[in-house]
Write a protein that binds this ligand. Structure first.
Ligand code: AOF
Ligand code: ZN
Length: 362
């Protein structure tokens, strides 16, 4: 039976885990709270960066001897493997913890099995407390490990009538400074920011995180299928963060820095690159979450490939009546095939509205 103290401790662990968002990749965000045998807080910690100690180790160090006979609350099943660090299940056993409550099982085949190891050593191990909240807090990592590709968040900014530019292509600035600052928070939480060649050509974007202290700069990815858009001197090639230019096999990319070129097959049907192949290649480079920032053509190919996990739309109270839509052809030609979403959040951001939605159950 979970008590009020159990719930409070797990909720604290989930809050702690969120502090790692944006800096733990390719590892998960994890938080841990340890209560002593009398139920008093003895230690807490969270995973800060890949290669560093896991959340449980930080919490065990803080608790010291007070962990003996106590309970550890962890947002993810303690690991069972020796990877960059030692197995947390073993560390919890050696510290004499009597009970381990974890929210979500570990889908990583290399690390799973911690609960069985704990039980074999006589430690009570219970799964599922606040599982939905813990899952939501770690959704990018959990989804990506389950699917073997990065979690994809598509973000767009548009007028209330869904346009991202006027008929003459002018677009600065449709949404407010507050919304634009909010986008930097999304970038800071993503491992990679992806744009298409149209956006690269129109905006010459730098794609870095600005205005957020301590933020890890995401990998910048431009999908430039024919290698005809990104030229030496483009802002996306500056030295503030790594960059990949994804081009088709066989494209002439000699003008680009060799290390920045990612060669991929073309899409099996339609124009552009094979999006699943792009995502698999990024996953192989440790990317667990992608912020897809446009433009409409690239977003359409991601939607067509079924690889958009979350949509965040910033809608400005502005009407244009003409101009390109936020999303171009996604291979949907009849209403029965529409991609239907569930709205999970609506928030006012300055004068704008931010709507978050996820694909509904198929
Ligand atoms: C973390 N932090 O707090 C927990 C993790 O590469 P390693 O050795 O650090 O192992 C990473 C795996 O360990 C990770 O993919 C996950 O399955 C498990 N648990 N990882 O980075 C933590 N508890
Ligand atoms: Zn661990």
């Amino acid at each position: 039976m979970d008590t009020a103290a159990d719930i409070t401790a797990m909720r604290r662990a989930i809050t702690l885990a969120a502090r790692g968002l944006g800096s733990t990749s390719p590892n998960p965000v994890v938080g841990c709270v340890i209560l002593d045998a009398a139920g008093r807080q003895a230690g807490e910690g969270f995973h800060q960066r890949a290669g560093g100690p896991h959340a449980e180790i930080h919490a065990l160090r803080a608790a010291g001897e007070r962990a003996r006979g106590g309970t550890a609350y962890v947002t993810l099943e303690p690991c069972n493997h020796t990877g960059r660090t030692g197995p947390c299940a073993q560390a919890l056993i050696e510290a004499g913890v009597a009970r381990v409550v974890y929210a979500v099982g570990d889908p990583n085949p290399q690390a799973t099995g911690g609960a069985d190891t704990l039980r074999a050593a006589g430690v009570k191990a219970e799964q599922g407390l606040l599982a939905d909240e813990a899952e939501a807090g770690n959704v990018a990592w959990l989804t990506s490990v389950r699917l073997g590709r990065p979690y994809v968040l598509w973000k767009y900014a548009a007028t209330l009538d869904g346009r991202i530019a006027a008929a003459d292509a002018t677009s600065r600035w449709i949404t407010s400074p507050e919304s634009r600052a909010d986008v930097h928070r999304l970038r800071a939480e993503a491992d990679a920011v992806v744009v298409g060649s149209g956006t690269a050509r129109a905006d010459d974007p730098q794609l870095g995180v600005r205005g957020i202290e301590g933020a890890v700069q995401p990998l910048r990815v431009v999908v430039d299928t024919g290698a005809t858009t990104v030229r030496p001197g483009a802002r996306v090639l500056d030295d503030t963060a790594p960059t990949l230019i994804a081009v088709a096999d066989g494209a002439d990319a000699r003008h680009l820095p060799e290390g920045a070129v990612l060669r991929l097959p073309r899409a099996v049907t339609g124009p552009g690159l094979d999006i699943p192949a792009l995502l698999t290649a990024l996953y192989g480079r440790g990317i667990r979450s992608v912020l897809l920032e446009g433009g409409p053509t690239l977003a359409g190919t991601f939607v067509a490939a079924g690889t958009v996990d979350k949509v965040v739309g910033y809608l400005a109270p502005v009407l244009l009546g003409a101009g390109p839509a936020a999303l171009a052809d996604a291979g949907i030609s009849t209403i029965a095939d529409a991609l239907r979403l569930d709205v999970t959040e609506t928030v006012r951001i300055g004068p704008d509205l931010r709507i978050t939605a996820v694909p509904g159950p198929a």
